[in-house]
Design a protein around this ligand. Structure first.
Ligand SMILES: [Zn+2]
Length: 417
């Protein structure tokens, strides 16, 4: 029972346990809650001209909300993420990049430079891969007995330090450390991204933690990661990940990370990312003026809803799960995993009622559409994701303040109360 080391084999075993348990217990773990993001519909929109016919809009809009309908797929995706490193999504993105405006602001590092501007010169699959992938591994799991909150925190911090050794990016590392301090994060790993992009991320955090102090202490990690195995086009996910498993999955005490993972394929490819933002905003799929910061605000919007749910369920110290907070944790997880998450639904319904009193007779879909197309939250199975509506509203308020859609402002009003 002594503290075990970081051992890959153990990790593999634990994954097998996990799979079984997931099916039995119905709790999805590894990738849970979350959310994700803004997706790739864009690819469809952008590539209309030359995309193969089999790419549909639905493929894009999948979010990692941890809702029932996605559990199985998410798990598969997650595994695919580990083994299928190349992933199809990048290619689409790359193509666009080749065509994108040249000389746009910039990629600080070598890889990014290759991609931007005159990509035609030295184009090769290997180069592209190198440019869009990070050395960081965000999804490892270990087996060990962790006997205190302090030790749990230390393990998460140590793991972040280990990841930091995989890249050398001093200017960005300064930002990482500052973010850890300012926002109570245990580990921030922005990896190989250029400093401008890191600053965009920092700006989003500064805004969100200032405006919604409830976020403090709910998130343990922010990391760049290769999300290629997820549904193509994932830009980011917000999730709960069981990091240190005690004997078996779910046995207390255990350690979970609450994290935002930023896709290397987007965050290491700044020019293309900005161009996508522009086009998604123009098409109305995302709010007007969407930029990298607002994409991160969207993700933090998911976390804000998570923070609110933690509060409602009385979940404290959400990263170290013991017999004391286990019930609250499992209530929190169960709601995150259910198709019709109660907490998000309550928030949205309350906001809708207030909005409807000023827009008599208008239905719920109209309410969502006022924010953005994506805010309608339609999922591949036709279900509706409340968290997407919520996150889009928060991003809209960030971008437009008083001029944000009435619907966004009502949602913001409810969560601030
Ligand atoms: Zn989202």
């Amino acid at each position: 029972m002594a503290t075990a080391g970081y051992d890959e084999n153990i990790w593999v075993m634990s994954m097998e346990n996990q799979k079984k348990r997931k099916l039995q217990i119905g709790i999805a773990i590894a990738v849970l809650s979350a959310v994700a993001l803004l997706l790739l519909v864009l690819v469809v929109v952008l590539m209309k001209g030359n995309a193969a016919g089999d790419r549909t809009v639905t493929e894009i809009a999948v979010d990692q909300t941890g809702e029932d309908e996605f559990d199985v797929t998410d798990n598969e995706d997650e595994e695919a993420g580990r083994f299928d490193v190349t992933g199809g999504g990048d290619e689409e993105t790359d193509d666009q990049n080749g065509k994108s405006r040249s000389g746009a602001a910039g990629g600080g590092d070598e890889e990014a430079d290759d991609q931007t501007g005159d990509g035609e010169d030295e184009w090769s699959v290997d180069r592209l891969k190198a440019g869009f992938e990070t050395a960081i591994q965000y999804d490892k799991q270990y087996k060990a007995y962790i006997s205190s909150r302090e030790e749990a925190e230390r393990k998460i911090r140590e793991y972040g330090e280990q990841q930091r050794e995989l890249y050398s990016n001093p200017e960005v590392t300064e930002i990482e450390k500052q973010m850890e301090q300012d926002y109570g994060l245990f580990a921030v790993n922005l990896g190989e991204m250029d400093v401008e992009t890191a600053r965009d991320i920092e700006r989003a955090f500064a805004y969100m933690y200032r405006e919604y102090p409830m976020l403090q202490g709910t998130l343990t990690n922010v990391s760049l990661g290769n999300l290629n195995g997820f549904t193509n086009g994932k830009i980011a996910i917000t999730q709960v990940n069981e990091f240190i498993i005690n004997e078996e999955f779910g046995v207390c005490p255990h350690v979970v990370k609450h994290e935002i993972i930023l896709a290397a394929s987007s965050f290491l490819n700044r020019d293309n990312f900005l161009k996508n933002c522009e086009q998604m905003a123009e098409s109305g799929h995302w709010p007007e003026h969407t930029d990298i910061s607002s994409v991160v605000v969207h993700e933090l919007g998911h976390q804000l809803l998570n923070a609110y749910a933690m509060q409602q369920f009385g979940l404290q110290d959400p990263y170290y799960i013991t017999e004391e907070n286990e019930d609250a944790y499992s209530a929190y997880l169960t709601d995150s995993l259910s198709s019709y998450q109660e907490i998000p639904k309550q928030v949205l319904n309350e906001a809708y009622e207030r909005w409807e009193s000023e827009h008599p007779g208008e239905d719920y879909t109209t309410f969502c559409k006022e924010i953005s197309e994506y805010a309608v939250g339609v999922q591949t199975d036709g279900g509706i994701s409340y968290p997407e509506t919520f996150a889009e509203a928060i991003a809209d308020v960030y971008l437009h303040g008083e001029d944000a859609a009435d619907a966004s402002r009502k949602i913001d009003e409810v969560i601030r109360e």
